[in-house]
Design a protein. Sequence first.
Length: 103
Amino acid sequence: MNATDPTVIDPPATTTPPPAPAPTADLMSEPTFEECIEERNRYDNDLTAGRLSFAGIPEGHHVAYFGGRIIDHDADYMTLQARAAQAAGVHWARLVINYPWMW
């Protein structure tokens, strides 16, 4: 019962506050080694599960991957790295650049 309104029931005093939101990383800052490994593992998992398609990407091109999708492709690794990082709005080291035609 509430002191001001006897018909309202007060919540139990033992309720815990909701957890604080996890701090978000600044995507333009240089990533830690662990963040790079997590992104590479995500790429490998998506590739293994068949969630990535290289249809429409010419053979001989590198692909740039970030956040569960292929961002861009290009034959020149360095050009691709700079262009894809700018397009995704992340630090270049957060990208996974792969050459899927090797094996």
